[in-house]
Design a protein around this ligand. Structure first.
Ligand code: AMP
Length: 279
């Protein structure tokens, strides 16, 4: 497995792979890898001949009041996990390798990125789109794999890929959960045992919505109210609980099974978790 910090060196290696006729898969991550990330690496290996994993805590997607400094970093463990999954290259740049001090160019998706996470975190998707566009330019992958865990992120990236004509297939891989239902997340490391137990209310609320839809419920407002009640009762206060069209992320009143999703974000003190399900 190769490791790179320099964008030029990674780009040259990727170009050499392409000349050998190999399809490249890219898995962008912020590290502290867990089974969710590893499932993306496996999905990429199914679609591509060589897989590049990037591990970069991207400063531009954090607001000044967010957890950039505290975000868990475990580079040695991450390298071992990538190797274990058969990744071919890991890109571990420092911020200075990715951003010039006077960097002044952004990639901004202006529609899907406005609501939900974007409403709570107005500069978040600008940072995500910019770093993902840069990774796409450096690696020039054929396929890139993102997790459904960040449902809105995949929608925003797909829109960016369409609008900017990136010749890259975007795969959305399913959410990997702990056996008790909690969606795996690097930020779960922040949870105290009590907060973690209470956080099971997020996946419980989503399972409740799924069950209600399976039983015939179609009223989005009722599903949202029920889900809010579940997390609130456990002390996780919703920033939003929203039933949306799964493609456009536009809020809907009536669930169309198979084409709708419920997205939620909840806070408890300064902890914040997101989760979602297709309905
Ligand atoms: P992150 O390191 O949190 O930026 O996540 C990197 C990628 O892994 C993103 O595409 C996430 O959606 C994906 N991911 C994170 N957690 C999970 C999970 N529990 N299941 C599936 N994919 C995940």
């Amino acid at each position: 497995m190769e490791t790179f910090a320099s964008p030029e060196e990674l780009h040259a290696w990727c170009a050499a792979q392409k000349r050998l006729g190999r399809a490249i898969g890219l898995v962008p991550t912020m590290g502290s890898l867990h089974e969710g990330h590893l499932s993306l690496i496996r999905a990429a290996k199914e679609k591509a001949d060589v897989v590049v994993v990037s591990v970069f805590v991207n400063p531009t997607q954090f607001a000044p009041n967010e957890d950039y400094e505290a975000y868990p970093r475990r580079e040695q463990a991450d390298l071992a996990l990538c190797q274990g999954q058969g990744a071919d290259a890991v890109y571990l740049p420092r911020p200075a390798d990715m951003y010039a001090d006077d960097a002044s160019t952004w990639v901004t998706e202006t529609q899907l990125a406005k609501t939900l996470e974007g409403a709570e975190r107005p500069t978040h998707f600008r940072g995500v789109c910019t770093v993902v566009a840069k990774l796409f330019n450096i690696v020039q992958p054929d396929v890139a794999v993102f997790g459904q865990k960040d449902f809105q992120q995949v929608a925003v990236i797909r829109r960016m890929v369409r609008d900017l004509n990136y010749p890259i297939q975007i795969i959305r891989a399913p959410i990997v959960r702990d056996p008790d239902g909690l969606a795996k997340s690097s930020r779960n490391a922040y949870l105290t045992p009590d907060a973690r137990t209470a956080a099971l209310s997020l996946s419980k609320a989503l399972r409740g919505a799924q069950a209600a839809v399976a039983a015939g419920e179609r009223d989005a407002a009722r599903l949202e109210a029920d889900a809010r009640a579940v997390t609130t009762a456990a002390g996780w206060l919703p920033d939003y609980v929203q039933v949306v069209d799964a493609e456009t992320l536009i809020p809907i009143q009536t669930v169309l099974p198979g084409a709708s999703a419920m997205l939620l974000a909840c806070r408890r003190g300064n902890l914040r978790l997101i989760d979602n399900t297709l309905l």
